[in-house]
Design a protein around this ligand. Structure first.
Ligand SMILES: *Cc1c(COP(=O)(O)O)cnc(C)c1O
Length: 462
């Protein structure tokens, strides 16, 4: 046993080559990962030969290093990919992030009188304009917006939120509407059935205990067949009659008219939903709006003002990075004279509007440039999702490159692409590996060519 232990290398000895190979990993982190790997070996009592020990440690460092948030090429064919950071930010938002935050800024300072200012007042004013509402506020994400709305409307005497059973949904990442309602102190008053809810169902449920009627956009699945739900307009007149507020969680929303893109259906805009009579709405900043993670609440000034004075708002408010990126994004929309102006300035609009002909041309150029031994490339028509819980009915026509590598199973090919620099995330379908081009920016084509070549000849770390 003792002689075995002597075969374990010292941390000092192992760390030197790894510092060269992983320059972005801080030395104390390297040392900790190495110590852990050596400790595991010691505990196991099985000491393999030195080269095997070194390979194991190297692979542990590589795996850890991969956890760092880093640029990724999204070839997965999901435009708003929650795992890949949702919406890419507009260049003007990135410029403002840099200039506003590398020194000081006027986050909460009123430059006109030199006194304390109101955080977010500029972007809130402009968001209200964009939504056609009297007022708006910004919190951390849409879930926080919904929470704030509920928390603000629920009272001891009026604890009930009326919601259709067809809208008690789960969004990604374990976010369940019923759980968030209950955690905000609401008593669920479920009405209707999974597939059918009528105005009558809502009407029967309204009582002196009703705090609000809530409508939730059914964003990540489709119900077809024997289904019925109640429109915002109908619910609004019921809510008005009984003097209870109507709130709507739009999830993604779209300020841009999504129906202009081939393959997409119309997504209700905030202005449309408010015009149809919702008193308060909430939606995400980083879905179809194309901004940073944020939640926007918009509606009538009195109600929004009440929510802003709720002490909870202080816990849910956004920081200067988010507000900077959001104000730049919102101003893009307000500056665009027509939808086509946005195609040049908003990355999401660029991706959504790419034509299949254009994608095919790029696929041909990429496959021609990426020839490598052992690699076979084939171009296929494909279909892309918008994702992020948006437009579940829509499929965007797209183009994908199928990559085959001799003697390598598709999941292994996928792993090889993921361990590249930068990592490329494709998808495996029916045991074939594909790279979808709609979600790849044309500026990244060169990197994709390089990634394909490398996947063909390299033997990556793990
Ligand atoms: C995505 C989504 C949310 C959650 O949005 P976050 O900004 O991620 O909190 C809430 N409701 C609906 C309907 C959604 O689609």
């Amino acid at each position: 046993m003792r002689s075995h232990l002597r075969q374990l290398p010292s941390v000092e000895k192992v760390i030197l080559p790894l510092e060269v190979e992983f320059p972005r990993v801080p030395r104390p982190v390297l040392a900790a990962v190495i110590r852990k790997a050596l400790g595991d070996l010691r505990d196991s009592g099985q000491i393999p030969p030195l080269p095997e020990i070194l390979a194991g440690i190297r692979s542990a460092v590589h795996t850890f290093d991969q956890q760092r948030i880093q640029p990724v090429i999204n070839a997965a064919g999901v435009v708003i990919h929650t795992n890949l950071g949702r919406a890419p930010l507009a260049p003007c938002a990135l410029e403002d992030l840099q200039s506003n935050n590398s020194a000081y800024n006027s986050l909460e300072f009123d430059l006109s009188n030199g006194e304390r200012g109101s955080r977010g007042s500029y972007v809130e004013h402009n968001l209200a304009l964009l939504c056609g509402s009297d007022a708006a506020l910004v919190v951390n994400n849409c879930a926080a917006g919904l929470f704030l709305i509920l928390h603000g409307l629920i009272t001891k005497a009026r604890p009930e939120a009326i919601i259709s059973r067809g809208e008690l949904v789960q969004i990604g990442g374990g976010f369940r509407i019923p759980e968030i309602l209950e955690s905000a102190g609401a008593v669920l008053r479920e009405v209707g059935t999974t597939n059918r809810t009528t105005l009558q169902d809502y009407a029967k449920a309204v009582s002196p205990k009703t705090a609000l009627i809530l409508k939730v956009h059914r964003s990540n699945f489709i119900m077809d067949g024997f289904v019925e739900s109640v429109s915002t307009r109908e619910l609004s007149s019921l809510a008005r009659k009984h003097r209870v507020p109507l709130a709507e969680d739009l999830g993604s929303e779209a300020v841009l008219n999504t129906a202009q893109f081939a393959g997409l259906e119309h997504e209700p805009t905030p202005a449309e939903v408010l015009k149809q009579g919702a008193d308060l709405i909430c939606f995400s900043g980083d879905k179809l709006l194309g901004g940073p993670q944020a939640g926007v609440v918009a509606g009538n000034a009195r109600r929004v003002g009440t929510l802003k004075r709720n002490p909870l708002f202080r816990a849910l408010r956004c920081d200067k990075l988010v507000l900077t990126a959001l104000q730049a994004t919102v101003d893009l929309y307000l500056k665009a004279a027509s939808a086509s102006d946005l195609l040049a300035t908003l990355p999401l609009a660029r991706l959504l509007s790419a034509s299949v002909e254009g994608l095919t041309d790029r696929a041909q150029a990429i496959t021609a440039a990426a020839q490598a031994p052992d690699v076979t490339l084939q171009i296929h028509p494909a279909s892309c999702q918008v994702g992020g819980g948006t437009l579940p009915r829509s499929a965007l026509p797209s183009v994908a490159i199928q990559v085959q590598i001799s003697n390598l199973a598709p999941p292994k090919i996928a792993a090889r692409f993921r361990s590249g620099h930068p990592p490329v995330v494709g998808y495996v379908e029916r045991n074939r590996f594909y790279l979808d081009l709609r979600t790849v920016f044309p500026e990244q084509d060169r990197l994709l060519v390089e990634a394909i070549r490398q996947a063909g000849c390299s033997n990556p770390a793990s």
